[in-house]
Design a protein around this ligand. Structure first.
Ligand SMILES: Nc1ncnc2c1ncn2[C@@H]1O[C@H](COP(=O)(O)OP(=O)(O)OP(=O)(O)O)[C@@H](O)[C@H]1O
Ligand SMILES: [Mg+2]
Length: 262
């Protein structure tokens, strides 16, 4: 299963992506987490400290790798470069093992083919994404950039499941609707919303009604969870999933629903 986690900024994409990856791993699946947000933070949610995370070079900034694969140094304009090359060695060489055991690959900025950028870096990133989403056997969880601009061919077209995280407020719901429409236009089939940071019944009701009105399937709710909030505030610590809080339990239920649908 190849899962992308999208949504408006700050809704909880990274937190949820990390927990999904860990829960799949706990259930015995082989998992790979991918940070496709140029503002990389998934490492922290997997227990990597900011100091260690700083040392990881995103694939899109790895000039040596880009040159090795495409035959051209990034930034050398006008040069002809290879568009066909092996990428299957990249995961093994460049993924890092996180303290929670989930391997992490940091992609850096990912632009879609529709955005007109055909530079060597993007050619490499897109080839790598295609490989990760079509050829690999493990569960792949991709933490995406906030919003909608990046969505397009060459980025998420091979995803099996698009999860759209929203909060109980109109702005994040409207963003969720746009992501749903774009994903749908791209031909993605399993697109589900998740209502996060839900405080009470009226929050649930608001989200439910919005998605019902817009014909968007809702996979579940995750309550506002103080433990999730507090753990995030301290670097190098992760949420304890062996003793799950209500928030983590809800994500476990979401994993069960995904497994039923897959
Ligand atoms: N269910 C929850 N209960 C309480 N706090 C939450 C919950 N989910 C996420 N948060 C908090 O919300 C904040 C934003 O979460 P996170 O960084 O995962 O969002 P994001 O969508 O990845 O943000 P960005 O768009 O900046 O990448 C964090 O402080 C996180 O701890
Ligand atoms: Mg994030």
């Amino acid at each position: 299963m190849k899962i992308a986690v999208s949504g408006k900024g700050g809704t909880g994409k990274t937190t949820i992506a990390a927990l999904l990856a860990r829960i799949f791993m706990q259930k015995g699946f082989k998992v790979l987490a991918i940070d496709a947000d140029p503002n990389t933070t998934l490492a922290f949610s997997l227990g990597i400290t900011p100091e260690e995370a700083d040392k990881i070079l995103p694939i899109s900034e790895n000039s040596n790798l880009i040159e090795e694969k495409t035959g051209v140094k990034p930034g050398s304009y006008g040069s002809l470069f290879r568009i066909s090359f092996q990428v299957d060695d990249i995961v093994q060489k460049f993924s890092v093992e996180s303290p929670v055991g989930v391997p992490l690959l940091i992609m850096g900025a990912v632009r879609s083919a529709g955005q007109g950028c055909m530079c060597p870096a993007n050619t490499l990133i897109r080839a790598l994404l295609r490989h990760l989403l079509t050829k690999r056997k493990e569960v792949v969880v991709v933490d995406m950039v906030a919003g909608v601009e990046h969505l397009g061919r060459g980025t998420v077209e091979y995803i099996d499941v698009m999860l759209i995280v929203c909060e109980p407020n109109l702005k994040s719901l409207e963003t969720a609707k746009r992501i749903f429409r774009l994903s749908n236009e791209m031909g993605l089939r399993n697109i589900f919303a998740i209502g996060n940071k839900v405080c009470d019944d009226s929050d649930e009701k608001m989200i439910k009604q919005y998605f019902l009105k817009n014909n968007i399937p809702l996979l579940g709710f995750i309550p506002y969870d103080e433990v999730i909030k507090k753990t995030d505030a301290t670097g190098g610590t992760v949420i304890d999933i062996s003793n799950p809080t209500t928030g983590v339990k809800s994500i476990m239920m979401i994993v069960e629903r995904l497994l039923e649908k897959a």
